[in-house]
Ligand binder design. Sequence first.
Ligand SMILES: [Zn+2]
Length: 662
Amino acid sequence: MEKLEQAIQRLELRLGELNTFKLIKRSNLTGWLFSIDKKNWQVLHIGEKWPVQAFPCYFMKEFTIPEEFKGLPVRLQVWVEGEGIVYINGKPVGGLDPNHREFRLLDLADGGEKFTVLIEAVPRGPFGSYVAEPHLAQSRLVSIDESVESALFDLYAVLDAAKNLPDENDLKEVLIDALDSSLSLVKFPSNTGDYLVSVTENPFGSRMIFGVWNPPVPKGEFISPEETRKSIVEAGKKMKELLDKIKTQYPPVGNITLTGHSHIDLAWLWPMSETRRKIRRTSSTVISLMDRYSDFKYNQSSAQIYAFLKEDEPELYERVKEKVKSGQWEPVGGMWVESDCNLTSGESLVRQILYAQKFFEKEFGKRCKVAWLPDAFGFTWTLPQIFKKAGIDYFLTTKINWNETNKFPYDLFFWQGLDGTRIIAHSFLNPGQGYNGNIQALDILGTWKNYRQKAIYPDTLLSFGFGDGGGGPTREMLEMYKRFKEFPGFPRLKMGFVEEFFERVPKEGLPVWDGELYLELHRGTYTTQSKMKKANRKVEHLLYTAEVIASIGYLITRRYPQEELTADWHKLLRNQFHDILPGSSIKEVYKDALRELKEVEDSTNRIIEESLKAIAERLKLDREAIIVFNPNSFPRDLRYIGNNIPSGNFELPDGRPVYMQE
Ligand SMILES: [Zn+2]
C-alpha cells in the first residue's frame, strides 16, 4: 500500500474514534404513542415494530427535559425507519429521513422544559423503497459538546481534502502532515474500561471492538472525559492555524457558486400524494436550517410544488415567502413543473411557463429568469425561442452530461434555437451525486476539474442537497461550507442565487450550440407508457379546441369557463413532469395520471359542447343544418360521418354543394 494511503487510513481511524467524545449526555425517550388516525393511540417503545402500517402514521411523545441537562444544549435524536416530518410544540422543524435524524430542542437547558413531539411518517424510504417491518429504532435526548463537534468538523475537512487530492499534488502530503501533528495533541482516555465504553458508543469503534476474537466487554456508563474533549478542541485550533499558513503557499484557485437544492421528483418511484408530503418535509428542513445559518441559500423550482405547499401547510408556506423576501430562498425555473421537453407540444411548453410566471409574480412579486431543468430527458430545439419570449434568459441542465456516446462539448455556452434566438446555458458535472451534490472535497474538486469554460469565466454552479426523493441540504453540509469556502488549493466557494450567477456570466465570447439537446441515455422515452402519451396528446388538442370555441362562445354568452380551464391546464401540466410523460414512473403514478387526464378530457368536452350549443343557438337558420366548426387558424378538408343526417342535398353558406353518400 502506498505510504500516503496508509497515512490517510490511520488518520481516518483516529478521527472515527474521536467522534465518540462529542457526546456528553444522553437519555432515552421511550413510551411513544402511535396512531394512524390521531384519535386512537397505543404505546410504542424503542425497538418495537410499528403496530400498523398506513399512509401516514403518527408518533407522539410528551416529555420534560431532565434536570441533569441543566446548562447544556439539548437535541433529540430519533429514527422510525420510515420517511417523515417532525413537529415540535406544533411547529414543523424538519423532515425525518436517513440523513436528517437530529433536531435541536434547546441551546441551553434550564431543566424542566416541556415538549410535545409529533412525527408523521410513512413505512417507506426516501426513494419509495419498501420497509417491511419498520421499528421505532432510536429516540433519545443528547447533549453534544459543540466546541468538540466544531473541532471535529475542522479536522474532518482536512482529512476529506487529503483523501480526494491526487497523489501528485504535494498539497496532499502537506495536509496529512498538518493533520497528524494536530491530532498528536489529543489525549485519549488512559483507563481501558473508560476507553472501551466510549468507543462502543461509536458504531465505527464498536465494529472494531466486537469484530475481534473474545471481545472485551465494556462495563459502566458512557463517559466523555473533559480532558479528552479539551484536547480535541486544541487539536482543532492547531489545525486552523496550520491551514492559515498552508493557505499562503497554496491559495484558493477558481470559484464555485453553491446553491442549496433538493430535486423533488413530482412522481416517480412514489405517487404524487407522497410527493406532497415530501415537499412539506424538505421545506421544513430548509426553513430550520435557514434560521440557524444566515448565509445559507436555497433554490426551489416548480410552481406546482409551491401550490401544493400553500394548500397543505399554509403556515410553513408563509415562512417560505418570508425567506424569499429576506433573500435566502430563490424560486427558480419559471415553469409549472420541470416538465418533459421532448413530447410536450409548443403550446404546453408556453403554458408551463405562463401559469408558473403568473404564480411566481403573484406570490413572490417576481418572474423567474432561469429555466431550471437539471434532470429532464432532452430538450427540443424550439426552447430557446420559447424561453426568451417568456423573459427567461438562462437555462440550466446537467442531464446532457449523462450522454452515453457523444460527450457534449460545453458547460457554459449559447444555446441557439431553431429561429436563431440565443440563451445562455450552463451545466456542471459533479462526480459526487450530480445535481444532488454535497459540500465535500469529491464534489468541489471534481466539479471544478470537470468545468471546461474556466478560461472564459472562472466560476461554475454546484447544487447541493439530497434529492430526487427530496430531503435537501443538511447541517453537516453547511458546517463543511464554513470549512471549505476558503480552503488551500481549492476553488473558492460562495453561496449564491442561480439567477445572480447567470447575470455575472459574460454575454459574449461563449461557444455556440445550434441544435436540439438530445439525451443519449434514457431510451424509449418517446414510446414507453404509450397510453400516457396518447392521453397527453389528446388532452393537449382538446384544451386548445375548448379554448378557441369557448372564446367565440364568450362573444355571445359573455361567459368564459376560466377557472375550469385553468384547473384543466394545471392537471395536464403537472402530468407532463419528466418522469411521468417519458414513462419512467411506477404503475401507480400512471393510474393517477390517466385518471386526471380523463377528468380533463371530460371537462374540455363539456366546455366544447356548451360553447358550440351557445354558438349554434345564435345562428338563425331557416332549415335543418349541420354546423361544422373548424377551430384551427387555417382552412382544412373535412369528412363528416354521422347518423341522423337530415335528408335532401346540402350546400355550404356560400352556395357550394356538399357531396355525400349514404
Ligand atoms: Zn428528476
